[in-house]
Design a protein around this ligand. Structure first.
Ligand SMILES: [Zn+2]
Length: 86
């Protein structure tokens, strides 16, 4: 049996730490929902609940607008990504 799942634990990290409001200035907290290329991770991979995923998405978009998180990451800077196939 081959186990290829990178994200084994399926629980909402925001629920665990009892977060009511996800601050768009708190980049560390948003990192849970971001990939290495700063893309928003889907719920099926992170295990976030619907409520917190929506909050995280809104916070990330707000954070991008305020330039805390980049919109685009240079491909040359990223060395190893789990989804890279080239
Ligand atoms: Zn949650």
């Amino acid at each position: 049996m081959i186990k290829r799942r990178k994200y084994t634990k399926k629980y909402c990290r925001y629920c665990e730490s009892k977060v009511d409001v996800i601050d768009y200035k708190d980049v560390k907290a948003l990192k849970h929902s971001l990939s290495e290329r700063y893309k928003i991770m889907p719920r099926r991979l992170t295990g976030n609940c619907k409520r917190h995923q929506d909050m995280a998405t809104a916070a990330i978009k707000k954070s991008r607008h305020a330039a805390f998180i980049p919109y685009v990451v240079d491909t040359k800077k990223v060395s190893d990504t789990p989804y890279q196939r080239f």
